[in-house]
Design a protein around this ligand. Structure first.
Ligand code: GLA
Length: 392
């Protein structure tokens, strides 16, 4: 792969420079949805698919981006002195946002670069291709300039690029899972303190399968920001009676005792989801550690119901795909993953007769929605890194 990317880089930029290649994964969240910005726990892992950046410095301050996922856009050109958001720059605003934040934090680069991007994360699937691009740019820019930024500050810098430059008010989960991922492990992350631990994902005879609704996540960003605002409003009502910084500091019992102070019914349901989902995530992690995949699966199902009924971020397609999976006796758990409103579901399915199970799920989903689904059997991969001596 690295060799192939080097050749493509040299062709596109008409150079014989020897570039460096970095790989940044996508992510899937096993459980703990819409808890990160409420100061709760998440339990994601990095995927083996991701975004490759193949990059070499230039002698001047110019920057050229090219992505073979968007060949029609051709070369996108800017410079170290023109890093402001520019609609015409399309996807390249993601890496530009990262460069902008490095500069903002006093890490100035003096030389521009040429960068060739290649991604194999399914497009629009809600597996965080944007955070993957951000971390890819960050690690490459750091390496080119020898800034030696630690990984967690780098993760936070990429979140800032998404919040303040792109304008999506996301939490820390995606960038953290991508920057800190570990092969065959999920990460239990406390999004308030950023304390984290790795949990081995050992699924004897069970596969982790993603199913794509193939529904693009339209409106997702504005709905996402709306949910955040609703949670903030519930929090400020609760703060009149309990001393908390985040919704997820409450246990479900404490929430029940105090929920009457939340003025809006909608806000109450949003907060209920956040508190209960946080509790489920802590329990789910314990169950997985104890090898109880059955209960882990049931908690995934509960998570979906809560995201459907209380948080209202699922929608027809995600519900149809999850319900199709729930009909199968070999499915231990199924839920939407990520922000919602489209994208993928995550499923735990027994290996025995997997192909036929997937065929039946696809058929049922097609009957309900008229859309074809696609499945990806997940390999949990490493976080963002340079591709040295890796042949794949
Ligand atoms: C998106 C955001 C994350 C997180 C999830 C929902 O992926 O980028 O920060 O809030 O939605 O859990």
């Amino acid at each position: 792969m690295v060799e192939k990317l080097r050749k493509s880089f040299q062709e596109v930029f008409e150079t014989n420079k020897q570039p460096r290649t970095f790989l940044s994964p996508g992510r899937v969240n096993l459980i703990g949805e819409h808890t990160d910005y409420n100061g709760g726990y998440v339990f994601p892992c990095a995927l083996s698919v991701g975004t490759y950046i193949t990059i070499a410095p230039r002698e001047d301050r110019n920057i050229r981006f090219y992505s073979d996922n968007f060949p029609d856009l051709g070369m996108i050109e800017t410079s170290l002195d023109e890093l402001d958001y520019n609609e015409k720059h399309d996807w390249a605003n993601y890496p530009k946002g990262v460069l902008y934040m490095f500069k903002d934090q006093g890490h100035q680069g003096t030389k521009g670069f040429d960068a060739y991007f290649h991604g194999n994360i399914p497009n629009g699937a809600g597996l965080s291709s944007s955070a993957s691009i951000e971390l890819a740019m960050a690690i490459a820019w750091d390496a080119l300039n020898g800034f030696e930024m630690e990984r967690i500050p780098m993760v936070q810098l990429c979140q800032r690029a998404e919040n303040d430059y792109i304008g999506v008010n996301c939490g820390i989960m995606d960038q953290f899972a991508i920057g800190m991922g570990k092969k065959d492990h999920a990460i239990l992350l406390d999004c308030d303190t950023l304390d984290y631990s790795y949990a081995p994902v050992k699924l004897e005879g069970v596969k982790l399968v993603l199913a794509n609704t193939n529904k693009r996540r339209g409106l997702a960003d504005s709905k996402y920001n709306e949910r955040r605002t609703e949670c903030e409003s519930a929090l400020s009502d609760l703060q009149k009676v309990v001393s908390i910084k985040h919704l997820c500091e409450l246990t479900p019992d404490q929430f029940r005792e105090n929920q009457h102070v939340i003025t809006g019914e909608t806000e109450k349901r949003r907060a209920k989801h956040a508190v209960e989902e946080n509790d489920r995530t802590i329990l789910a992690h314990k169950k997985l550690q104890a090898g109880d995949v059955q209960v882990f699966g049931e908690l995934m199902n509960e998570s979906h119901r809560s995201l459907r009924d209380d948080y209202e971020v699922t929608g027809e397609e995600l519900d149809a795909l999850v319900e199709a999976a729930w009909e199968e006796p070999t499915v231990l758990g199924a839920r939407m993953t990520g922000a919602g409103f489209g994208g993928c579901t995550v499923n735990l399915i027994k290996e025995a007769d997997l192909d036929n199970t997937l065929k039946r799920i696809a058929k049922s989903y097609k009957q309900r929605t008229g859309i074809d689904t696609e499945f990806y059997v997940v390999d949990i991969g490493e976080g963002t890194r340079e591709m040295i001596n890796e042949t794949k």
